[in-house]
Design a protein around this ligand. Structure first.
Ligand SMILES: Cc1cc2nc3c(=O)[nH]c(=O)nc-3n(C[C@H](O)[C@H](O)[C@H](O)COP(=O)(O)O)c2cc1C
Length: 481
């Protein structure tokens, strides 16, 4: 496919981690002519947990069998596949944590896991499939991209940071050449991470891969201009995401106030105007509570290519959210009032270890509620949100403010930095039915959704608490067809 000749549709289904936008959702969206995006976050754990559950429909093993390095696949199956599935009370196996050098076996697993998700999403249609990665989760980025490229991904979308180095990394990885990434160190200069595909897969013989389109997610037109001018290679479009979107939100610009319940207050400086985006002469999509047919039409008239939609797709049947959690949330949306006058959604300025505000859907039984979270014993066994810190004697430490407080303090962190922090890694795995059994019990869930959660009522048919990705697309395109 010549990527420069692609006709871009008007809806992108936003990437939603961990495994909310899995291959099933992305594929359903692409089959209906729009862009389906898988989340690349945490896929190494998603893959091995699916294998530990016995991969009952054989789908994961089928995808793995197409991976171009069969020896690796056998190693993965030997290590993680449990025929018939693990016993329900057994914990899932854990992989080592990422560091600046891999470890190698984890990089290989990560490449394979991203290959699997993209490969599955691309079966049975000729639509477009993207992968979403978070700039704040840097250590797995290059192997994740390489795996996605091996499976022929069409588009890479990256948010929650300034992904300046990704265009060049895509150019190099598509040629199987060494790519590098600067990894932030919170109190020092960045460290360099080098990923050489030929060292990770010495036996892999491959021709040049398709170089996918790259769309960074931005929340200011100045950042978009800066990326267009100063990124390490070409950018093909932008997603302009506002503060009402599900997941992480960019914090308000400058010094900002909070409301009585601690949510950040956004102001006019946080608005990105379509006329400013138009000047960049690249396609752009708006995201964040713009998912109505009326707004889609208006934004297109103002020069946008279309919209990126998360929340409405997150609760569709094909999404990865565990069916009973999804069903209960939709039932309550129809039959109950929100828990307080602030509505269903809370923008938590503290919870995410990334430091970005993170939206939570308020549910009485979820970790959105402080009293529920305080019952959890802190553990950091997935570690995606660990970041680098240089110790006083010059060592690189990997730490997360949601890890056990004493561990964080041993790594020169303070008690205040840990306050209110939540282990999103484990909670988000629980959202998609892949929660860990810890020594003290099973991990609880914590759903994220945007202010558009209410809009789902416009899609639900009378008396029903489920709908499909196609219903979302038909609803959004209705006014335009
Ligand atoms: C459940 C959920 C998880 C999300 N996870 C991610 C993510 O991992 N990476 C990302 O860039 N955006 C994430 N988002 C944001 C979406 O990709 C999308 O941009 C946003 O939801 C659009 O706004 P809307 O929710 O109003 O439709 C998430 C959104 C939701 C609802």
């Amino acid at each position: 496919m010549d990527m420069s000749k692609i006709i871009l549709p008007s809806i992108i289904q936003g990437g939603m981690g961990i495994a909310v936008s899995d291959w099933k959702l992305a594929s359903a969206v692409a089959k209906h002519g729009q862009i389906g995006v898988i989340s690349g976050t945490g896929l190494n754990s998603v893959l091995i947990r699916r294998l530990a559950l016995g991969d009952p429909d054989m789908i994961v093993r089928q995808a793995l069998s197409h991976f171009p390095e069969p020896t690796l696949i056998q190693n993965i199956l030997n290590e993680y596949f449990i025929p018939g599935g693990k016993a329900p009370h057994e914990p899932f196996k854990r992989t080592p944590h990422y560091n600046l050098k891999g470890p190698l076996s984890l990089w290989q697993l990560t490449v394979a896991a991203n290959f699997v998700e993209v490969w599955l999403a691309k079966q049975g249609h000729s639509g477009l499939i993207g992968i979403n990665l978070l700039e704040k989760i840097q250590l797995p980025t290059l192997p994740s991209l390489y795996g996605a490229l091996l499976a022929g991904v069409d588009l890479v979308i990256m948010g929650a940071g300034i992904p300046r180095e990704i265009p060049k990394a895509l150019d190099l990885l598509s040629l199987h050449q060494t790519a590098t990434l600067k990894i932030d160190v919170d109190n020092s200069d960045p460290e360099n991470l080098e990923f050489d595909p030929k060292a990770v897969f010495p036996n892999l013989v491959q021709s040049t891969l398709k170089r996918p389109l790259f769309f960074p997610i931005i929340s200011s037109s100045a950042l978009a201009l800066n990326l267009k001018r100063k990124a390490t290679g070409p950018i093909q479009g932008f997603i302009v995401e506002g503060p009402k979107a599900g997941g992480h939100n960019a914090p308000p610009r400058g010094k900002y106030p909070f409301n009585e319940i601690g949510e950040p207050i956004y102001g006019p400086r946080d608005l990105v105007l379509p006329e400013d985006m138009k000047e960049l002469e690249l396609p752009f999509y708006y995201a964040g509570s713009v998912a109505t047919p009326e707004q889609l039409t208006e934004l297109i008239n103002l020069g946008a290519q279309g919209i990126q939609v998360g929340t409405l797709f997150a609760f569709a049947q094909e999404s990865g959210i565990e069916q009973s959690i999804k069903h209960q949330a939709l039932y309550d949306l129809v039959h109950k009032s929100p828990p307080d006058s602030y509505g269903w959604i809370y923008t938590d300025a503290l919870s995410s270890p990334t430091g970005f505000p993170f939206k939570a859907l308020k549910r009485p039984d979820s970790l959105s509620e402080k009293q529920n979270y305080l019952k959890r014993t802190r553990i950091c066994d997935l570690g995606y949100l660990r970041h680098l810190h240089k110790s006083v004697d010059g060592k690189i430490l990997y730490r997360c403010p949601a890890e056990p407080v004493e561990d964080f303090q041993k790594k020169e962190g303070t008690l205040e930095q840990t306050e209110g922090k939540k282990c999103l890694c484990n909670a988000l795995m629980a959202d998609v039915g892949l929660g860990q059994n810890q020594k003290w019990g099973s991990e609880g869930y914590l759903l994220t959704a945007g202010d558009d959660f209410n809009q789902i009522q416009r899609i639900l048919k009378n008396g029903q608490y489920s709908y499909y990705a196609k219903d979302v697309i038909d609803y959004l395109l209705g006014a335009r067809s």
